[in-house]
Design a protein around this ligand. Structure first.
Ligand SMILES: Nc1ncnc2c1ncn2[C@@H]1O[C@H](COP(=O)(O)OP(=O)(O)OP(=O)(O)O)[C@@H](O)[C@H]1O
Length: 562
């Protein structure tokens, strides 16, 4: 479950710790920053000597050659530094995204049930971007800015300490002005990321449900809601733009005021001969050179605040408790399956109450009951999706909590009420999670067994045909049979099906039931159904009413084994 944490720039460091570049990589970056700064700082000094030599008529051509060489080297190192920074930032970004994505995939289902998938995707993809830019761009700007400001102030001090004092006073005033603006970026950044995640979640849902919206004449209503979300995102983006728009001009203002102050004071000292024209030129070049570092440092502080907000949101995701799927005994075979005193509660609502049922390891068992009676919830407990009920499900007289869940799930195939289709080929969709991939012929045979042989023949791409949730390649009934094929390829010992024939015509239903009956000779087939006709086919029945097991069959139809 989630917990609140106060995240600051130190929270950002904590998030980055396992993924950040190595000390060696940081050292290389530091070295590149230093070399680039040295070259860039040498340019004004060389210019000063050149100008002073020209005015004293002692000019040498070699000086121009040295200046050109240094300008070129500075440009080469600057490019190299930008590339290296991006390399470090992008690598960290990739690792961070992978870590959060992998954490979410392994997160406990109950925590994921409360989240919107598109909002989670937005956090994995978007929030990490602002964290990446700290490493890829801002950190370099900050370190080179720091080195430049420090070195420039020292060089200037040796050139003329009086002008330096004027400049330092201007810089300090600028920092005092910029700091509160930078600090406000954290809250703004968080609110902006939150607004964008909400926008993405809603837009993706609306677009997925475009047909429903059209048929219900709800486009204008949805647009109004969309407008509100857009206004919210726009409002926060503009708050950010206002702060950034202030940081730029304030930095320029510092530069301008510094320049005017330096020129004014230089005029006096030039007149009394205590200052050379070369020194003034060098000062002015250094001063322009300081504009970028000062701006970069302002940006660094504001972006660190913004990234801290993103880090806080990502940290919350990383605090979702993960499933423990790898520890415990490995399950070889299901010889005995029993549910003992199973109670399942969600948000103080009792969904299942004290269910006791021994499932036969072969045969066709059915779970029946009114809508909302807890049938789907019951079968989800058998695959260990909810840690709080692991001790109530017993396999071979040991609770699920004693087993390595991955080994249990390897023996089970679960066909959801609304089967998922992933972006990928027919083959990829059917073989998902299988360690030993079946041959194409095996896949084609299974598709024929579930009645999709003709469907496959209609598509030239065959098993390479691309499927996705959005592509309407499969009808509702075909999708159910497709998911059954996926389940069969797992060669399960327990086959769980949540209303597997709800979208099928009578003929297809009969052929699927025939298939399930023949499978039930060797394995446990457990299906949820509303269909009265099918109950007659069952060997065993669990009847649920408002989450409680009842002995009387509400349909009044005796099952085969009863
Ligand atoms: N994660 C959850 N959070 C809140 N309520 C839940 C959750 N899971 C199930 N429920 C509630 O528990 C009850 C049983 O739901 P379940 O889906 O198991 O019923 P069902 O018998 O399969 O219904 P149907 O036949 O309509 O599919 C419902 O009222 C449902 O809203």
């Amino acid at each position: 479950m989630r917990t609140e944490t106060a995240t600051s720039p130190s929270g950002l460091m904590q998030l980055l710790k396992p993924h950040r570049p190595s000390n060696k990589q940081f050292s290389i970056m530091g070295l590149l920053v230093l070399i680039t700064a040295v070259f860039e700082l040498a340019i004004p000094l060389l210019s000063k000597f050149m100008i002073d030599n020209i005015s004293q008529s002692t000019f040498e051509v070699s000086m121009i050659a040295a200046l050109v060489a240094i300008v070129l080297l500075a440009a080469i190192f600057e490019g190299g530094l930008a590339w290296y920074g991006s390399h470090l930032g992008e690598t960290t970004n990739k690792k961070l995204r992978f870590s959060v994505f992998s954490h979410l995939l392994h997160a406990q289902q109950s925590a994921l049930n409360n989240e919107h998938s598109a909002e989670l995707s937005a956090r994995v993809v978007n929030d990490s971007m602002s964290i990446k830019s700290i490493l890829a761009e801002d950190l370099i700007g900050f370190i080179s800015g720091l080195v430049s400001i420090f070195a420039v102030v020292i060089i200037m001090f040796f050139l003329d300490w009086r002008l330096t004092l004027v400049l330092v006073a201007c810089i300090v005033a600028g920092i005092v002005l910029i700091t509160p603006l930078a600090m406000s970026m954290r809250g703004i950044g968080m609110a902006m990321q939150e607004a964008e995640a909400q926008l993405i979640a809603n837009v993706s849902e609306w677009l997925r449900s475009a047909k429903t919206i059209k048929v219900h004449n709800a486009s204008s209503q949805v647009l109004t809601s969309g407008q509100t979300l857009l206004d919210n995102a726009y409002h926060h983006a503009m708050r950010q733009a206002r702060v950034l728009a202030l940081i730029g001009p304030i930095s320029n203002l510092i530069l301008m005021v510094s320049m005017i102050a330096i020129l004014a004071t230089s005029a006096i000292w030039l007149a009394d001969g205590s200052l050379t024209l070369g020194t003034v030129t060098a000062f002015l070049i250094y001063l322009f050179g300081l504009a970028f570092p000062i701006m970069a440092m302002g940006m660094f502080f504001s972006n660190v605040q913004r990234a801290s907000g993103a880090a806080e949101r990502m940290q919350k995701l990383l605090q979702i408790v993960k499933e423990n799927t790898e520890n415990g005994d490995s399950l070889a075979h299901i010889n005995h399956l029993e549910v003992k005193a199973l109670t399942y509660t969600v948000d103080e609502k009792t969904v299942l109450k004290n269910i006791n049922w021994q499932l036969p390891t072969t045969g066709l068992s059915m779970i029946i009951g009114e809508s909302g009676s807890g049938k789907s919830s019951f079968i989800q407990q058998l695959v260990g999706l909810y840690p709080e009920t692991l001790d109530s499900v017993h396999i071979n007289n040991k609770p699920l909590s004693a087993y390595c869940l991955n080994s249990v799930r390897a023996k089970i195939a679960w066909l959801e009420q609304q089967p998922s289709i992933f972006i990928g080929s027919v083959r990829d969709n059917l073989c998902i999670g299988l360690i030993q991939k079946p041959s194409d012929q095996d896949i084609i045979d299974v598709l024929s067994r579930v009645g999709l042989g003709e469907w496959l023949k209609k598509h030239d791409a065959g098993l390479d045909l691309l499927l996705s949730e959005q592509l309407n390649t499969l009808s509702g009934g075909e999708r159910q049979r497709f998911a059954l094929a996926r389940a069969l390829l797992r060669d399960p010992e327990l086959l769980i099906l949540d209303e597997p024939t709800s979208a099928l015509d009578k003929e297809s239903e009969q052929s699927i039931m025939q298939l399930l009956r023949s499978l039930a000779n060797n394995i446990c087939v457990l299906m949820v159904t509303h269909n009265r006709r099918l109950i007659e086919e069952s060997d065993h029945v669990l009847c649920l009413k408002e989450g409680t097991q009842i002995s009387t069959n509400p349909y009044g139809i005796p099952a085969r084994g009863q």
